[in-house]
Write a protein that binds this ligand. Structure first.
Ligand code: CA
Length: 232
């Protein structure tokens, strides 16, 4: 399986250079030139590691990282021209795994990326939180916003993924739409009827027969539950 690296760097030439080195190593690379694009790209296609510039137009790297760490443990290497100790400490305490200062040799960065990927893969084997969930032909990677059918990515919106993830992490348990809303949106006062819409959209993407769902099942008068297909 190819490692996937997301580069968030506004200097296009530098981003392309890092990407070229990684591609040569057989890494699947994606590039975002802003933190905002990086967020949506990560949610669209996932990543095993992020290379993050600090000085970016709009949201900067540290702001990105603070939000990112609320949703993912995927390793992050900060690449920055700021050399002060304060920046290094801030980067590491805000959840970065490595800090590389510019200018750097691409080969050195690539070596660090490989080491970090190796480390996180080894850790992933023993941590249940990073284990992927399998059902039918599907593999769901909870922290990477990644759902694949037979190895091919299934495109879900962020919220669709979060609804499916919550249910899939709690197989066999029934939840009311209000439970799901509170869990995924984090507040109790929203439009709970939206859940039915999300469920319909998710079913259209994962169910062979959406009207007779095998995985995302309706519990009449109560709500929904996830059936992984192994316990029914
Ligand atoms: Ca920059």
């Amino acid at each position: 399986v190819k490692a996937r690296v997301l580069i968030i760097e506004d200097e296009e030439a530098l981003a392309d250079l890092i990407a070229a080195y990684l591609a040569k190593e057989g890494v699947d690379v994606a590039i975002a030139h802003t933190a905002e694009d990086g967020q949506s790209l990560f949610r669209e296609r996932g990543a095993d590691l992020i290379v993050l510039d600090v000085n970016l137009p709009g949201m900067d790297g540290f702001e990105f990282l603070a939000e990112f760490r609320a949703e993912s443990k995927v390793p992050v290497i900060i690449v920055s021209a700021r050399e002060s100790d304060e920046d290094i400490i801030m980067g590491l305490s805000s959840g970065a795994d490595e800090f590389v200062t510019k200018p750097f040799k691409p080969r050195v960065l690539v070596a660090r990326i490989r080491a970090l990927l190796r480390r996180s893969r080894m850790a992933g084997d023993s941590l249940p939180s990073t284990t992927s969930i399998r059902f039918g032909d599907f593999t769901l990677e909870p922290e990477n916003y990644h759902l694949a059918r037979d190895g091919e990515r299934v495109s879900l919106s962020t919220r669709e993924f979060e609804v499916l993830r919550f249910l899939a992490l709690n197989p066999g348990k029934a939840f009311t739409p209000a439970d799901i809303y509170q869990e995924v949106w984090g507040n109790e006062f929203g439009d709970v009827s939206a859940i039915a819409v999300y469920v319909r959209r998710i079913r259209s993407k994962i169910e062979a027969d959406p009207k007779n769902p095998a995985y995302l099942q309706t519990i009449y008068g109560h709500g929904y539950r996830f059936n992984s297909g192994t316990d029914s």
